[in-house]
Design a binder for this molecule. Structure first.
Ligand SMILES: [Zn+2]
Length: 106
């Protein structure tokens, strides 16, 4: 039996290149990115984390404008994960503005 061809990494690479291209053009949320490149919104953060790591070797960085509670204004500034938080730790509200991603020079 021959091993299965490994198609997934190449596709992932193309996805991340497309993400990078869109992010260079302006700030985007995970939802906007998902629409632009045709993947699910919940798949976006994992790709962004990979992109963030691979950019360390370059002069570009993934810039994250933190999520914000729309009820009390709490900023999720220390959050490491790139997903949208479910609820505010200060007031428990669930209306949270998603983090916004862009590319900047290091
Ligand atoms: Zn809040």
């Amino acid at each position: 039996m021959s091993p299965e061809p490994k198609a997934a990494p190449a596709r992932d690479e193309t996805l991340r290149q497309a993400m990078l291209r869109h992010l260079r053009e302006g700030p985007l949320t995970a939802r906007e990115l998902s629409g632009l490149i045709g993947i699910r919104e919940r798949e976006v953060p994992a790709h962004l984390e990979h992109l963030q790591r691979s950019l360390r070797r370059t002069s570009e960085r993934l810039q994250v404008e933190p999520a914000e509670c729309l009820s009390c204004g709490y900023l999720f500034a220390d959050r490491k994960r790139l997903t949208r938080p479910g609820a505010c730790p200060r007031c428990r509200a669930q209306r949270i503005a998603a983090p916004v991603f862009s590319i900047c020079q290091a």
